[in-house]
Every structure is written in C-alpha cells, then in structure tokens.
Design a protein around this ligand. Structure first.
Ligand code: ASP
Ligand code: MG
Length: 420
C-alpha cells in the first residue's frame, strides 16, 4: 500500500476551517486506499506568541521554553485527529515521545538521533491515521526538546525516512519552488522538479518554504520530497515541486533559478599588508566572536598593500565591524569600511557543471544594465555577485529574462505570504 507522510505548515492549519480542509484531503487519500501519516505545525503565529510569553516572564531557560513552545503543535494534532474522526476516518494524535522521536539535549535546536517506528507502524496496520506534532522530540533523560524554527519539516522528513514513505509531502501556502521570487519577477515559473543541490543553493528561494536542515536530512536518506500548496483542491497530491536526487546531463537546464539575499553586509579592510597570516588574523577574530563569514575577496596588491573584503549576516554587522576594527588596528591597516546596502544575487543550476558561459552571460547582463559588481564567488553549480541593494530587483529581473526562465503564459500559479 502507498504510504505518504504529509506535513501541514502553520498557515495550512491556521484556524478550524483550514484544519477541516486538511482533514478533507487526508480523508480523500484514505478513500483512495493511500496510507497517511500527518505531521503538523502550530497554528500560524502561535510559536511566536508562546515565545513572547516566555520572554515576558523574563527568566532564561531553554528547557522550560521548549515545554512551552512544543504545545502549539500538540493542539493542532489533537484538533486534526478529532476532525478526522468526525469525518469517519480512524485517526489518533501521538506526541513526539509516543512515536519514539529521540533527540539530543540541545534544547531549542535539538537534533533527532533515533526514531522507533513501531508505534506508527502498528497504528498504520490498524488502519489509523497517526497525527504527529512536528518540531518536538524527547531527550535521553525524558525531557521535551524542540528542533529549531521550522523544525516540523525535519520531523516529517525523519518520519518519512524511518517508514520508507513513498513521498514526504510538505503542504504550505505556496504551490512549489519558483525560478525566482514571484514578488520580484511577475513571470517567475513554478519548477516541476528541482535537484536537491539546487534547492540547497537557492537558500533564499527555498528557505521560506522548507527548513534547510530538513532538505539536508532528506538528501542524506534520499527521501522523495514534494512541496505543494494546501490551499488548492489538489486531492491527488501530485502537483507542486518534486525535489529530485538524480542528475540528467542531457535534460537539466543550465540555469534553474535566480536567488537573492538582502541579509548580508560587506566589510572592507583597506591597506592591509600583503603578507602571510593576514587573512587568518582578520577572519579568526571574526570567527572567535561567533560570526559567520560568507563571501571573501582579496585584491591584488600594489606597493605591498591590498584590500580585503568579506560579507557577514546583516544582523551581525555591527558586532563584526567592532571586532574587525580591533583586529585591523593590530596589523596596521589603513581603514575599515562597512556597507550594509548590498545584495547578493545568484544564478543556480546543476547544468552549469557541464555548460560553460553562465558567468559570462551573467556579467554581460549586469553590465548591460549598468550594475556594478562588487564581489564574485562561484561554486560548481552557482555564480553569485554582490551588488548595490538598490539595483537588486533590476538585476534579478534582467537575469531571469537573460537565462530564459520565464513561465509559459497559461500556467496557473498561487503565491502566498511567507509561512513561518
Ligand atoms: N512551529 C514551529 C515554528 O514556527 C515549527 C514549525 O512550524 O515548523 O518554527
Ligand atoms: Mg515552515
């Protein structure tokens, strides 16, 4: 019998009407003889509300905070099981502990270490639909631990792997992964399939839809993962975007999508001595402050001095500037310049491995639009540039057109808000 794991995100279970719509889809699957394990998020906004309550208390304590925020999912699991029963579908809510999801003790960002699938299997053998609250597990000492924001995706993928489900279906408020953000490019096209590596590289497009950790998990266990909208009447559950693991040299498009990110800032250390150990000195100071560095560029030197630039997350920019200034002073650099008004734009495609010329078309397109490139970085399947934030939309639209990613005009599309 076909087994699907279906995960419903916060906006898909935001109120009773939505929960009823979820139950109707699950009931339709059961009527077709498909077995379903449902994994649910908390209602949209609920986890934030619970976190605010914890903040209001004003005492730190991740263990207790996890006990509080794990409840959002449990409420939905119980309600959905009730609604399924009302529709005449045998269903049972089961907590993370009851289904044997074991985690480490890193409260607030716990990792799953083991799943005992017996309880789920016996529920399925009894023709029941197990409804599992996502985001939660149990530590070795019996505590509740949560898996980090967006963690319900990881629960769903982990259960799919443990049960060898045919697909892990992530229902959300958008109907798949797009060639770029439709809010920036009106002619963005939904991808029927996307390679898992592209998905991981297109963080800015994918992260709103799927917790990246869940994609890494899916990749490790080769779990077939499909992203689809819960807002349509697609009871067949065959639409959306399927994440694939195979490469097809002949058919893979050279460029699959244009991703962008406004969440970085650039720091330039000017006039650093061009000698061994300088990059290490600057970046280890930043790393010691627990700040992640993304892109790095060092110029050719003249008269023994060079400029050294790197990017950090924008919310860590102020802290990174302080650390960098201190480190720069010790090596006698001329000055440290910061720029938060930047954007990173990337073209991504698995076909880039076998097709040269992507970077050159990218640079030509940007130059045709008078867009100055401040930094460049490449991987096998991605070319990224840093440009002025004000030019980001122009760049994304121009690249989307240049790489011919626009949609077939009659295609239907649903775009929703970002689900948390
Ligand atoms: N409710 C949790 C969150 O908002 C987990 C999830 O929905 O995936 O992050
Ligand atoms: Mg989510």
């Amino acid at each position: 019998m076909t087994l699907l794991v279906q995960k419903y995100g916060g906006t898909s279970v935001a109120d009773i009407a939505r929960i009823r719509a979820v139950a109707a889809r699950v009931a339709a699957c059961r009527a077709r003889g498909v077995q379903v394990v449902v994994v649910v998020s908390a209602m949209a906004g609920e986890t934030n509300r619970l976190l605010r309550l914890c903040a209001e208390i004003g005492a730190e304590g991740l263990r207790e905070q996890d006990s509080v925020i794990a409840t959002g999912e449990q409420i939905v699991a119980g309600l959905l099981a009730l609604e399924l029963q009302r529709l005449g579908v045998a269903a049972r809510s089961l907590t993370g502990e009851q289904v044997g999801i074991r985690t480490d003790a890193a409260y607030g960002k716990a990792r799953i270490v083991d799943i005992r699938s017996e309880v789920l299997r016996s529920a399925l053998n009894n023709d029941e639909v197990p409804v599992v609250p996502g985001f939660q597990g149990r530590t070795a000492t019996g505590d509740i631990a949560t898996l980090g924001r967006g963690g319900t995706d990881t629960t769903a993928v982990a259960l799919s792997a443990a049960l060898s489900a045919k697909e892990c279906q992530i229902f959300t408020d958008v109907d798949g992964i797009y060639t770029t953000d439709p809010r920036v490019c009106a002619d963005a096209r939904r991808l029927e399939t996307v390679h898992v590596e592209e998905m991981l590289e297109m963080a800015s497009l994918g992260a709103k839809v799927l917790q990246l950790r869940s994609v890494e998990f899916a990749c490790k266990y080769q779990v077939p993962l499909r992203v689809l909208s819960s807002l349509t009447e697609d009871h067949d559950c065959t639409g959306g975007t399927l994440i694939t693991y195979e490469e097809n040299e002949m058919e893979d498009p050279v460029v699959t999508g244009v991703a962008f990110n406004k969440e970085e800032a650039k720091i330039t250390v000017a006039g650093v001595p061009d000698k061994p150990g300088i990059a290490h000195l600057l970046l280890s100071a930043v790393a010691k402050s627990n700040i992640n560095v993304d892109m790095i560029v060092q110029n050719v030197s003249s008269a023994g001095r060079t400029d050294f630039s790197f990017t950090v997350q924008r919310d860590e920019f102020a802290r990174a500037m302080v650390t960098t200034k201190t480190a720069a002073a010790t090596i006698g650099a001329t000055e440290v310049l910061g720029d938060a008004d930047i954007a990173k734009v990337s073209v991504v495609g698995i076909g880039m491995r076998s097709h040269p010329g992507v970077a050159s078309l990218m640079f030509k397109t940007l130059s045709d639009h008078q867009i100055n490139i401040q930094m460049i970085s490449t991987s096998e399947i991605k070319t990224s540039v840093v440009i002025a934030e004000a030019q980001m939309e122009t760049a994304v639209q121009a690249l989307h057109t240049a790489f011919d990613l626009a949609q077939a005009p009659q295609e239907e599309r649903i775009t929703g808000g970002a689900e948390q």
